[in-house]
Design a binder for this molecule. Sequence first.
Ligand code: MG
Ligand code: MG
Length: 260
Amino acid sequence: MIVCKSPSELELMHAANQVVATVRDEVVERVAPGVTTGDLDSFAEARVRELGGVPAFKGYRGFPATLCLSLNEEVVHGIPSAERRLAPGDILGIDLGVKLDGYYGDSAITVPVGAVEPEVSRLLEVTEGSLQAAIRQCQSGNRVGDISSAVQLHVEAQGFSIVRDFVGHGIGKSLHEDPQVPNFGDPGIGPRLRPGMVLAIEPMVNMGQAGVEVLDDGWTAVATDRRPSAHFEHSVAITEEGPWVLSLAEQSVVAGTAGR
Ligand code: MG
Ligand code: MG
């Protein structure tokens, strides 16, 4: 069942997603060679709690951390560790979910650590571009398949592969709600988009083949061919006026305290 949110609920979801955006971007600022993924996770958990939120992933089906941190060939669901130290040329996927006042926010970004190979840089640009193409389809009256198709066309035109084992999702009072939002498929099919729907759209793109496998830790999904993979995600509300990207960083919120 797809739950549409009232305008006041959308405001609460915006608030939850602004905590996500703030902490996500503060984590990005701390990404540097020598930093461990465990360091980044500790920082993120403290900041989420300072801002009044609760980490949404920690304890979710037993996941042990606030952030999913996925390096290089890791697609999603990497577990932060004091043993994993970032090195120049790496790419790091940062995925953060927060619960605030009963509603969830969810967003992800993949960033380079120092300088990366041009083809890796292109992978990041294309994956982020596919998310933007998806957001443009978030119009009332369109269908979920229009979003899926936009991602797939954008990525495959650039010669990369869509991961099919994981999909985006509705979000609200639960972290994962209906509908599923695949990153592949035909336009014009699937549930119709209505004002008040909120979708976490999250393309996962492999440089090589699409296949993924889960490591023995039970969480970390890696590209089977061990080539790099990227992941970007925003929580997007459908409104009469068009897409509202709830997890887009708003300078006024981040700088809010300083500006007053
Ligand atoms: Mg996420
Ligand atoms: Mg998600």
